[in-house]
Design a protein. Structure first.
Lengths: 138, 143
């Protein structure tokens, strides 16, 4: 119950952050990726703002043996750079450049009643589904 | 660079940093949206609810902001549907294969000094930039 409240709070803060930073606007993201056009470096500042907080906080939090409300940290193992990482990231980047959406803004723009966000969220889930089926990973 | 908004970008980014901080501090979870989206539908039963609630919050946060500041972000219209459908599929497929997206790799992963996440971020930024170059300047599909 408490964990669900935290999840809700974190979702709301994340959604407000995406809105305030304009990252919910796919054309703004495309303008970042368009280095030969009218380049808008704002996305770098979003990353810098987020990293300034998370870089310090993650270090402090991960010194503890467990989170406040759960038994253990569910953090990713330190696997190495491999082919799926590169192929997957490159594929995601193509979709990002085609649409101006990454998963966070795609979901949160449903809150703006954006028609295209319904299309993009359904298409993303289709991509998940096909990948999960191909590799039988959960 | 006429639409460059460094102040709101940094402040919004800091909020995203606070969100992933609280999620890790209290629940021990990484705030990677592609993983949360996938798990919200495809994880085992008892693992789904917090993810669904997080996604509901994500929508609610954008909705509240839009209510308080209408016109700050307006929904895009008339973008080619084929690009959205095909691009969306590649986002879903690619983030599964590559183990994360902008939030999981570029924020949480880099904050954790993961080499994988740094490489992933450079890779999808490069392929995204090449894609936008082709779409906007070679094919002139979407301005």
């Amino acid at each position: 119950m408490k964990q669900n409240l935290i999840a809700l709070l974190c979702g709301v803060i994340f959604g407000i952050g995406l809105s305030l930073s304009h990252m919910i606007n796919p054309n703004k993201v495309l303008n970042f990726l368009d280095i030969s056009g009218n380049w808008d470096p704002s996305l770098i500042f979003v990353m810098a703002g987020a990293l300034a907080v998370a870089f310090v906080s993650f270090k402090l939090i991960l010194k503890h043996s467990a989170p406040v409300l759960a038994d253990s940290f569910h953090v990713f193992g330190k696997s190495s750079v491999n082919k799926p990482l590169i192929i997957g990231a490159a594929t995601f980047g193509i979709g990002w450049g085609m649409t101006g959406y990454c998963p966070g803004p795609a979901v949160s723009s449903l809150g703006l009643f954006s028609v295209e966000s319904v299309f993009i969220v359904v298409a993303i889930y289709l991509g998940f589904f096909v990948c999960n089926r191909m590799f039988e990973q959960k | 660079m006429e639409n460059f908004t460094p102040l709101s970008a940094t402040a919004g980014g800091a909020l995203i940093g606070i969100s992933v901080t609280l999620l890790l501090l209290f629940n021990g979870r990484i705030g990677g949206i592609s993983g949360i989206m996938n798990g919200a539908l495809f994880a085992p039963n008892n693992e789904r609810s917090w993810r669904l609630i997080f996604l509901a919050g994500l929508i609610l946060g954008a909705f509240i902001f839009h209510r308080l500041a209408p016109g700050f972000n307006s929904p895009r219209q008339n973008y080619p549907l084929l690009l959205l459908a095909l691009g969306g599929f590649l986002i879903g497929f690619g983030t599964r294969v590559g183990g994360g997206c902008t939030s999981g790799h570029s924020i949480c992963g880099i904050a954790n000094l993961s080499i994988r996440s740094i490489i992933a971020t450079l890779t999808f930024m490069a392929s995204g930039m090449i894609t936008v170059y082709i779409i906007r300047h070679s094919l002139e599909l979407a301005a």
